[in-house]
Design a binder for this molecule. Structure first.
Ligand code: ZN
Length: 133
């Protein structure tokens, strides 16, 4: 596993949070993207070498809607960059981690992604992501 690629934060109102985080970082988000398969609208901020992803649900079935219902707004996941997501999924599965999607899917920001169930990672939702070339 490589560096932290980004940290995902669940928000109720992306417009408002875009303004709030722009004020916090002193810089606007550099992109927004809707991921239909996940039922989310996302925006991305750069802070030095780091990235922050804001996620807002676009429907009630979205994992983000369910997360906010249960826990409220806040840190939703930590994403790690990997070079070979398929072999990393295999390795982690052999280690006993629960993989939510064993077949990587297309996520935001031109990435193939897979998630580890928080119950196998001390309550932290982990995202693996591999840049699509
Ligand atoms: Zn993410």
């Amino acid at each position: 596993m490589d560096k932290i690629e980004h940290i995902g934060i669940a928000v109720k109102d992306l417009e408002k949070s875009n303004q709030l985080f722009a004020a916090l970082f002193g810089e606007k988000h550099y992109k927004t993207e809707e991921v239909l398969s996940e039922g989310v609208k996302t925006s991305f901020f750069k802070t030095g070498p780091n990235k922050i992803e804001l996620l807002q649900a676009t429907n009630a079935e979205s994992p983000i809607a369910k997360f906010i219902d249960k826990k409220g707004e806040g840190i939703h996941h930590i994403a790690f960059a990997v070079n070979d997501i398929v072999s990393e999924i295999k390795r982690l599965k052999n280690e006993g981690f629960i993989i939510l999607n064993e077949t990587p899917k297309k996520g935001a920001d031109n990435k193939l992604v897979a998630f580890l169930h928080p119950k196998s990672t001390n309550g932290v939702l982990i995202e693996l992501c591999q840049e699509i070339n």
